[in-house]
Design a protein around this ligand. Structure first.
Ligand SMILES: Cc1ncc(COP(=O)(O)O)c(C=O)c1O
Length: 347
C-alpha cells in the first residue's frame, strides 16, 4: 500500500475526513460555557432546524453514533417479547455486534433480500399468529435508506411498506445512515423519503456525509414514543457536551450542505460505475442508485487491486467487492482506480 495518508480511497464514506465547514462549526462553538445535555442554545437552534424539515410536531434526539441511534429507536418502541423485521443485510443484523438484541432483548427477523430492499410480501410472510405465546411478536419494521447495497426505496415503495406496517401495528424505523444520498438520488427533501411516507422514527446519519461524530434520531410524533429520552440516557447515548453534535448537524442542514455532499458522492459513484462497465470481466452486482458501487471481479484480481487500493471485499468467494464514494471523491481518484483495473486486466 502506497501513500495511504495522502490518498482518498473507496473503503467507506466513513473514511473521508470531516467536512471543513463542519470542522469550522466545531471550532466556532468552542467558546465559553454552555449548559449540558442539550439545554444550550446551539442544541435549541438545531432542534428548531430539524422541526422545519420534519414538521413542527417532530422531535429530534442527538446521539453519538449510528448503532446507538438504532438501539435507542428499538428500545424506545418495543418490549423484549417483540421483534424487528429487517433485511438480512441490514446493518442492525450484520454489523452491530448484536447490539439491538443485546441491549433491548428484541429478536431480529431478517428477510432475505436480493438487492438490499424488503417487500411487503416478504414481510407479511413473517407475521405470526398474534395469540401464539411461543413466538416473538413483530413490533417494528426497520428499513435502510439508502440500503446497505446502495439501492434506494422510492417514496411509493416506502408508502406501501409503511401502510402495511401500520395496518399490522408495527412501528416503522428507518436506518438513514445514508438518507442524504437517497434524498439526493431521488431529488427529494429528507422528509419526502422518510417521515412523509409514514416512517415513525429515523436514525439520521451524519458521519458518512461529512460529520466527525453524531447521529440524530428524528421522531415524527414524540408522544407515541415517550420512553425515548429515557432510553437514550439508559443506553449511554445522551451527550453531556451536546452542543458539539448540534453544531455539526446545524451546519450539515444549513444551505443543504447535506445535499451538496450527497450529490457529489452519488455522481462519483455513477462515474465510477460507468468506467467499470467498460471491463468485460467486471459486472455490476446491484443498481448504482446512491454512493455505493458493488462489482463482481475475477477472484485473482482482488489481491492485485488490494496492493494499491483500500476497499471492502463483500463476498470473497464471489469476487464481490464494494467501492464506496464520498463527498470528497475526486475525478482523479476514479481515474486512478480505473487505471488499476486496466493494469490487472492487462490492458
Ligand atoms: C446502514 C448503516 N447503519 C448504521 C451504521 C452505524 O454507524 P456507526 O458506525 O456510527 O455505529 C452504519 C455504519 O457503517 C451503516 O452503514
Amino acid at each position: 500500500m502506497d501513500n495511504t495518508a495522502l490518498q482518498r480511497y473507496f473503503a467507506s464514506d466513513n473514511a473521508a475526513p470531516v467536512h471543513p465547514r463542519v470542522m469550522q462549526a466545531l471550532a466556532d462553538c468552542n467558546t465559553g460555557h454552555a449548559l449540558s445535555y442539550g439545554a444550550d442554545t446551539v442544541s435549541e437552534r438545531c432542534q428548531h432546524r430539524f422541526r422545519e424539515l420534519f414538521g413542527k410536531q417532530s422531535e429530534t434526539f442527538l446521539v453519538y453514533n449510528g448503532t446507538g441511534a438504532n438501539v435507542v429507536a428499538v428500545a424506545a418502541a418495543l418490549r423484549s417479547h417483540q421483534a424487528v423485521i429487517c433485511s438480512d443485510v441490514a446493518h442492525i443484523n450484520t454489523d452491530e455486534c448484536g447490539a439491538v438484541e443485546a441491549l433491548t432483548g428484541c429478536k431480529l427477523l431478517p428477510v432475505k433480500t436480493s438487492d438490499g430492499k424488503v417487500s411487503v410480501e416478504e414481510c407479511a410472510a413473517l407475521l405470526p399468529d398474534p395469540n401464539f405465546v411461543h413466538h416473538v411478536q413483530p413490533g417494528m419494521l426497520s428499513l435502510t435508506q439508502s440500503s446497505e447495497l446502495g439501492t434506494v426505496y422510492s417514496p411509493d415503495e416506502l408508502r406501501r411498506l409503511c401502510d402495511f406496517a401500520h395496518r399490522h401495528g408495527l412501528v416503522v424505523h428507518m436506518d438513514g445512515a445514508r438518507i442524504a444520498n437517497a434524498a439526493a438520488a431521488l431529488g427529494c427533501s429528507l422528509s419526502e423519503v422518510s417521515t412523509e411516507c409514514g416512517v415513525d422514527i429515523l436514525s439520521f446519519g451524519g458521519t458518512k456525509n461529512g460529520l466527525m461524530f453524531g447521529e440524530a434520531i428524528v421522531c415524527r410524533d414524540p408522544n407515541s414514543l415517550p420512553a425515548l429520552p429515557f432510553m437514550r440516557k439508559q443506553t449511554a447515548q445522551l451527550s453531556s457536551k451536546m452542543r458539539y453534535i448540534a453544531a455539526q448537524f446545524e451546519t450539515l442542514l444549513q444551505d443543504e450542505l447535506w445535499r451538496e455532499n450527497a450529490v457529489h458522492a452519488n455522481k462519483a459513484a455513477a462515474k465510477l460505475a460507468a468506467g467499470l462497465e467498460e471491463f468485460a470481466e467486471v459486472s455490476l452486482a446491484f443498481k448504482v442508485e446512491a454512493n455505493a458501487v458493488f462489482v463482481r471481479v475475477p477472484l485473482d484480481w482482488i489481491p492485485h487491486l488490494q496492493r494499491h487500493e483500500l476497499f471492502y471485499v463483500w463476498k470473497p468467494e464471489q469476487g464481490l467487492i464494494r467501492l464506496m464514494c464520498s463527498y470528497d471523491t475526486e475525478r482523479q481518484d476514479i481515474d486512478r482506480l480505473l487505471g488499476r483495473f486496466r493494469e490487472v486486466a492487462g490492458q
